[in-house]
Design a protein around this ligand. Structure first.
Ligand code: ADP
Ligand code: MG
Length: 246
């Protein structure tokens, strides 16, 4: 089964073509990395398959269903820069939002829901922060809370856009270990990532994008100097300190 199936995806922002004739499939149960230079269309790809921006495609299937049908089983964590961190919400409540598919919007969370949310915070090592405001946390702690929310949602497919940007090394370890555990439990995790030096270690499959599919496959196949040079204009791009992506 494919967790993500996209055929002939085109996305434009006015006259600017962001993605062109993009066709990709991700097997379920894999940890997939999406790499590519700044402005390559990585975030656009995630937003398009989530149905958050207008897109044209012959097929977009998530978990074998339309995006709308699959929505409750898909968790999406946008890029840090796209999140309003000043929004006043407690950590526990941010995680409880993950329970809403089971809960329905107008029912109050029960004791069991709270217990589930706490258990999810424990899995990411954030149980002691349940009563804090999300804006008071460090970048790494905030990402962990979003992961806890995805756990509470019992999502089958996780789409994470640059989850390691602005995250300390300790949190990065916690997050990647958890993503591996989830993958081993059969979930599919798609991560937009710009640090090529870690890409081989982190991912089962890599998609190298630059408006189109440049390469897709096992990291050793994709991270070839001539392929990287074709996409980044520099065969040693993976040695460079990554830019902070827009
Ligand atoms: P990446 O995530 O790979 O850095 P994006 O998907 O954010 O790339 O952007 C792809 C291209 O689309 C870039 O040229 C970017 O400038 C453009 N773009 C992205 N979002 C918008 C928008 N809201 N309006 C206009 N152009 C956009
Ligand atoms: Mg981006």
């Amino acid at each position: 089964m494919h967790a993500v199936e996209v055929e002939q995806l085109n996305v434009s922002y006015f006259e600017n073509i962001a993605l062109e004739k993009l066709s990709v499939r991700f097997m379920s149960g894999q940890l997939v990395g999406i790499i590519g230079p700044n402005g390559a269309g990585k975030s656009t790809f995630i937003k398009a398959i989530m149905g958050l921006i207008p897109a044209e495609a012959t097929t977009i299937r998530l978990l074998g269903q339309s995006t709308k049908e699959a929505r409750t089983k898909v968790a999406y964590v946008p890029q840090r820069s796209a999140i309003d961190w000043d929004f006043p919400i407690r950590v526990l409540d941010a995680v409880l939002i993950g329970c809403y598919p089971q809960l329905g919007l107008f029912k109050r969370p029960t004791k069991q829901h709270r217990a589930l949310a706490i258990a999810c915070l424990e899995r990411v090592g954030m149980q002691d922060y349940a009563d804090r405001q999300i804006g008071e946390l460090s970048g790494g702690q905030q990402q962990r809370v979003f992961l806890a929310r995805a756990l509470a949602q019992e999502a089958e497919l996780l789409l994470l856009d640059e989850p390691f940007v602005g995250v300390d090394a300790g949190s990065e370890r916690v997050i990647i270990d958890l993503l591996r555990t989830l993958r081993n439990e059969g979930k599919t995790i798609v991560v937009v990532h710009h640090d090529l030096s870690k890409a081989a270690d982190y991912f089962d499959t890599l998609l190298l994008l630059n408006r189109r599919v440049i390469s897709i496959g096992p990291p050793t196949d994709v991270l070839q100097p001539h392929i990287i040079e074709g996409a980044y204009g520099n065969p040693l791009a993976f040695l460079q300190k990554a830019e902070v992506s827009s």
